[in-house]
Every structure is written in structure tokens, then in C-alpha cells.
Design a protein around this ligand. Structure first.
Ligand SMILES: Nc1ncnc2c1ncn2[C@@H]1O[C@H](COP(=O)(O)OP(=O)(O)OP(=O)(O)O)[C@@H](O)[C@H]1O
Ligand SMILES: [Mg+2]
Length: 264
């Protein structure tokens, strides 16, 4: 489904300093895999997701989605294959547009720019059905601007928008991190439900190590631009958060106490 070979991304800062954000990463994610990604700040997690989404070009390496080499595709072309949800609930929805207009826009993702996002009765019924899955009463608020929704409601809508056109890959970058604990849990549950019911292939970045083990079927640990650990079920199912921390410490060759603060 997603194949990455020898992917390198180097950022150059204003003073000419080079920062290797991705250091020759190889990765194969099979159809229906739900991969969680952990790692300390600056490990390269977001860069990996951004490189897959085509936010920027890469110095080296190739990316294939469903066998198609998308390495040179611009971001808008890849958007037809990829759904994304970010940490900030304000990104991903257009505040001044109504709920139904946002969903209509999401359905057209990857189509030629400039198309109007018209909503017909058939769409409307489809949207109502989808929104009722969220259990937030949004199915009765189709014509309200999204700007009136709470952060959690907006993130739930973003998740729906990211998946409404059945993307080949769903990329979630700490998408519950900015929400209060109860809302974060609700959005987490919703994520599980949507990924399972639509049989999506997903990559989810999280700093919550418990979530990293409980969501999906496989966990990657990144460090300094490398994937340093890749565990899948059934081995992963037996792992605890402490096991993850120990692995991190031994793979990195550092003291556990420091790492606990870094990784968690
Ligand atoms: N647009 C950019 N310009 C310059 N440097 C960048 C840019 N994006 C990321 N970097 C650098 O690349 C490295 C990896 O960053 P990245 O955002 O991928 O980390 P991360 O694992 O997502 O961290 P966090 O958990 O803090 O979100 C960091 O050193 C960061 O400073
Ligand atoms: Mg990040």
C-alpha cells in the first residue's frame, strides 16, 4: 500500500546549518495496517508524514502508494489518495463554510481546483448518515458554519472529512493532543471506528505510549530521522509502556530516566 525506500530529508536553517530530519528511511506498510509512530521531539515523525503527503520534496528516495511512484507528484495530486488530520482542530476545516459545504469539499478532494462544492439532496442524506456516526448531534446542524463548533466537534468533522472520499492512506499527526482528555478519548474511539469500518491503512503519530500500543497493529519508534524499532502484533500485543521505554533506552544507548521524560 505504502512503500518508502531510502527516504532522506534535510532542512537547511537560515544560518546554513543542515538538519537531517529523515535519514534514509525504508518502510513498507501493507493494506489495512494501522501503524502508530512514537519518538521524541524532533525525531522526524511529522517530516515522514509530510514527505508522504508531498508537502515538500525530498533529497533522496522514493515513495509508492498502491504501486504508483508518487515521489514527484505535487501535494494536491497526492491529496486524492491521502487523508490528513493535524494536531490543531482549526486546520482541516473551513470555518466560514457550513458543515455540509465542508463535507462536499472533502468529497471532491483531489479533483480539479475551481470546482464548486455544491450540495444536493443525495449528498445531504449521505452526510447526515455519516455525521450521525459521530454521535455529536451534528447531523442536525448541516447548515451551520463550522466556526461555531467546539474544538472536539471540529476535530471529529475533520476526521470524517479526511476519510469521506476513502483515501488509500490516512495520516494522523497527534490529532488528539490539543484536546481535553475526555474529548481526546472520544476522538480516539472515533478514529478506531472509522479506520476499522472503512478498512483504512493509517499512520498515527502520538506521544501517548499507551495509545501507541493500543491503537492499530504495529508501532514504529523514530529517533533522529531513523526508524529504530518496528514491532507488530502478536509481539506488540504483549508489550507494555515500560518495555517500549526500555527498548528506547537500549536502542539509543542512553539512561532510561532521561528517555522517559523525552519520549512520554
Ligand atoms: N520546515 C522545516 N524547516 C526546518 N527544519 C525543520 C522543518 N520541519 C522540521 N524541521 C526539523 O526537522 C527535524 C524533525 O522535525 P519533525 O517536525 O519531523 O519532528 P517530530 O518528530 O514531528 O517532533 P515533535 O514530536 O516535536 O512534533 C527537527 O530537527 C526539526 O527542527
Ligand atoms: Mg511532529
Amino acid at each position: 500500500m505504502l512503500r518508502i525506500s531510502q527516504l532522506c530529508k534535510i532542512f537547511t536553517s537560515g544560518n546554513g546549518m543542515e538538519q537531517t530530519a529523515l535519514d534514509c528511511v525504508d518502510l513498507h506498510v501493507g493494506p489495512g495496517d494501522f501503524v502508530t509512530i512514537i519518538g521524541s521531539n524532533g525525531a522526524g515523525k511529522s517530516t515522514l508524514l509530510n514527505a508522504v503527503a508531498g508537502v515538500y520534496g525530498v533529497e533522496q528516495g522514493r515513495i509508492w502508494i498502491e504501486g504508483q511512484d508518487v515521489t514527484l507528484w505535487p501535494e494536491h495530486r497526492r491529496a486524492a489518495l491521502i487523508g490528513r488530520v493535524f494536531q490543531d482542530p482549526m486546520i482541516g476545516t473551513a470555518a466560514s463554510m457550513t458543515i455540509e459545504e465542508n463535507l462536499a469539499m472533502a468529497l471532491k478532494r483531489g479533483c480539479r481546483p475551481g470546482l464548486r462544492f455544491g450540495v444536493n439532496q443525495q449528498n445531504r442524506e449521505h452526510f447526515q448518515e455519516l455525521l450521525s456516526l459521530l454521535d455529536l448531534g451534528l447531523e442536525n446542524r448541516l447548515k451551520e458554519p463550522v466556526g461555531l463548533l467546539s474544538g472536539g466537534q471540529r476535530q471529529a468533522l475533520t476526521l470524517l472529512m479526511a476519510t469521506v472520499s476513502s483515501p488509500k492512506i490516512l495520516l494522523l499527526d497527534e490529532h488528539t493532543a490539543a484536546l481535553d482528555p475526555k474529548t481526546a478519548e472520544q476522538i480516539g474511539e472515533l478514529t478506531r471506528k472509522i479506520v476499522a469500518s472503512r478498512r483504512l491503512t493509517a499512520l498515527m503519530v502520538t506521544h501517548n505510549l499507551q495509545d501507541a500500543l493500543e491503537f492499530g497493529n504495529r508501532t514504529l519508534m523514530m529517533d533522529r530521522g531513523n526508524v529504530i524499532l518496528d514491532v507488530r502484533n502478536p509481539r506488540r500485543a504483549k508489550m507494555t509502556v515500560d518495555d517500549l521505554l526500555e527498548q528506547f533506552a537500549s536502542l539509543r544507548g542512553k539512561r532510561l530516566l532521561d528517555d522517559r521524560a523525552l519520549l512520554a
